[in-house]
Design a protein around this ligand. Structure first.
Ligand SMILES: NC(=O)C1=CN([C@@H]2O[C@H](COP(=O)(O)OP(=O)(O)OC[C@H]3O[C@@H](n4cnc5c(N)ncnc54)[C@H](OP(=O)(O)O)[C@@H]3O)[C@@H](O)[C@H]2O)C=CC1
Ligand SMILES: O=C(O)C1=N[C@H](C(=O)O)C[C@H](O)C1
Length: 268
């Protein structure tokens, strides 16, 4: 039985991850962690997640439960994720990380932990989005530089980072396939007299509204036709199932930085 801990246990994804762990054979909830100021410390993690009593009391610090899990699933915030990585690295624990909104420096720091621990890091844990990454690479290679590329994403009004991690990953996949550097060619939103579109830019459009779980469209457009590749998530359970699958896959793996392409055997 693989013992899984969940940080951000009272958050939208934290609660859904606990629900997914509860519904999956071969894994069990070992610990649930919230912020030290949370009023939920001491509550039963299953009751907070809405799946009934699990006998796991929520704690306010990861270091209180380091002996109670094998893999930590972390969907929190960049600085919290990096602090959790540092603690798990010292204790030889594996981590599955879904947090988005990391700066380039934070991403580099995160990646360096792959040298000392097994780590799955992915901006989107769903099977559908990870399949889309492959389709996007194929599409970009086939369509080439004659097609303008725009990435449109929509999320719920609570989301704090923009563009979404998934939109940025899609941009990276397309840029790689076209031999471009996303850092040079990305254009984030347009306003005013910005001039005509340059041929090589990859544009990002962000929508924040209501309870949208997560929609992503990559548009390839040229004179006379458009190709659109769209993914729409209608439940956070699609991300949580992926995260729990990654935790099971990661247990016992050697140190390294993996992503969902590895977990789902989608890598070429
Ligand atoms: N990779 C993927 O498939 C997916 C990734 N995500 C990403 O996961 C992250 C979380 O999303 P979501 O669950 O919607 O967000 P929430 O705000 O609902 O949950 C985040 C949780 O993390 C906790 N947290 C934040 N900062 C800290 C900190 N410094 N120390 C300890 N705990 C902290 C929050 O606690 P508190 O409430 O007390 O502040 C909260 O419970 C986001 O980055 C999001 O983009 C989301 C869905 C899918
Ligand atoms: O914050 C969210 O909700 C989501 N975040 C991830 C992202 O930024 O791509 C994944 C998913 O789209 C939901």
């Amino acid at each position: 039985m693989i013992r899984v801990a969940v940080t951000g246990a009272a958050g939208r994804m934290g609660k859904t991850n606990i629900e997914a762990i509860q519904a999956t054979e071969g894994v069990t909830l070992g610990a649930a962690i919230v912020e030290p100021t949370s009023s939920l410390i001491g509550a039963d993690a299953g009751e907070v997640a809405g799946v009934g009593k699990l006998g796991v009391k929520i704690v306010g610090a990861l270091d209180q439960v380091m002996d109670d899990f094998d893999v930590l699933i972390d969907f929190t915030a960049p600085q919290a994720t990096l602090a959790n990585l540092a603690q798990c690295a010292v204790k030889g624990k594996a981590m599955v990380i879904g947090t988005t909104g990391l700066s380039e420096a934070e991403r580099n720091e995160l990646k360096s932990f792959g040298e000392v621990m097994p780590l799955v890091f992915a901006s989107n844990m769903s099977v559908g989005v990870n399949l889309c990454f492959k389709l996007l690479s194929e599409a970009a290679k086939a369509l080439g530089d004659d097609y303008d590329v725009e990435i449109i994403e929509a999320h719920h009004h609570h989301k704090v980072d923009s563009p979404s991690g998934t939109a940025l990953s899609m941009g990276e996949v397309v840029a790689d396939a076209l031999g471009r550097d996303l850092r040079q060619c990305a254009v984030y939103g347009r306003e005013g007299q910005v001039g005509a579109r340059s041929k090589d830019e990859i544009g990002f459009v962000t929508i924040r509204a209501g309870d949208v779980v997560g929609d992503h469209t990559v548009l390839f457009a040229t004179e006379g036709e458009r190709v659109e590749i769209t993914h729409k998530a209608s439940s956070r359970m699609t991300f949580a199932k992926g995260a729990v699958r990654a935790a099971g896959w990661l247990a016992g793996k050697k140190n390294g930085l993996y992503d969902m392409q590895d977990v789902l055997s989608l890598r070429d």
